[in-house]
Unconditional design. Structure first.
Length: 277
């Protein structure tokens, strides 16, 4: 399906689990919806899907049903806060984490059905650097790397950027410091990342900002609501709203590059590198 309106595709990655990647994806999506964006979130953490758990949703169907040809992508899509659309991953299904290239292509070709209804697609990727993570990240126009100020997080974030840069030529990443105690801590963390990448990689990092450590975020997770709507005046919520305004200012991709169809074709092409389709 062709479309005239561009879609901004943003992959949220982190390398390491536990850095708050899924919370970033959900709250950024809701904050963008607040300022008028039509947003869809893809739970691409295949095999350990948890977006629906975080939001207290109970979808009847998930990506595994699309894989089997039982449902279309539109039929499994559920509505989240402020009208954001969510595509549930298939939690705990081992097979989902090891898609064959043909199955992978089947899922992503289904995206061309829904491209006309959205202007922003946020892809919440899995931890680590599996084939699936790499292909989703490469096909996205923007890559947000979520990092915490701890050695394992910094090492893993560097590892995913190194792989994407050295093996696939990716050169642009946006760094988001999460769970920081002070704004300066976020800036220092970004500078640490730059010091390493400037020395060893041919990449350009951008500083997206920082999300503060905030007990309200924990409370929101417990109540299965985004902090942006549960505690709109909290420091974390304000930070997510600032992030949304930054994303809003990013230039939209022009021409074929900005069409959902192109994202789909690129994803199929990159996935097919792991075997025959």
């Amino acid at each position: 399906m062709t479309r005239s309106k561009p879609v901004q595709v943003i992959a949220v990655s982190g390398g390491k689990g536990g850095v708050g990647k899924t919370n970033v994806s959900i709250n950024l999506a809701v904050a963008l919806a607040e300022i008028g964006r039509k947003v869809m979130v893809l739970d691409a953490d295949l095999g350990l899907a948890n977006i629906d758990v975080i939001l207290g949703l109970h979808p009847e169907f998930d990506l595994s049903h699309v894989l089997k040809g039982e449902k279309t992508l539109q039929e499994i899509t559920v509505e989240g806060p402020l009208g954001i659309k969510l595509i549930p991953g298939a939690s705990g299904i081992q097979h989902m984490a090891e898609l064959s290239p043909a199955e992978h292509a089947g899922i992503i070709s289904a995206f061309s059905e829904i491209g006309s209804d959205i202007d922003t697609l946020i892809v919440d990727t899995a931890a680590g650097i599996s084939d699936t993570v790499i292909s989703f990240t490469r096909a996205s126009q923007e890559v947000i790397v979520v990092v915490c100020d701890e050695p394992a997080s910094i090492t893993d974030a560097y590892a995913i950027m190194k792989l994407l840069n050295k093996e696939y030529g990716s050169t642009r990443f946006r760094i988001l410091a999460n769970m920081v105690r002070t704004p300066q801590e976020g800036r220092d963390l970004y500078n640490k990342m730059c010091a390493v990448t400037d020395r060893y990689l041919d990449v350009m990092l951008g500083f997206m900002g920082a999300i503060p450590y905030d007990d309200n975020l924990k409370k929101a997770v417990k109540s299965q609501k985004p902090v942006v709507t549960a505690f709109p005046r909290s420091k974390a919520a304000q930070a997510f709203k600032n992030l949304a305004r930054k994303v809003e200012s990013w230039p939209l991709p022009q021409g074929a590059d900005g069409h959902m169809q192109f994202f789909v074709e690129r994803l199929v092409e990159y996935s097919s590198g792991y075997g025959e389709i």
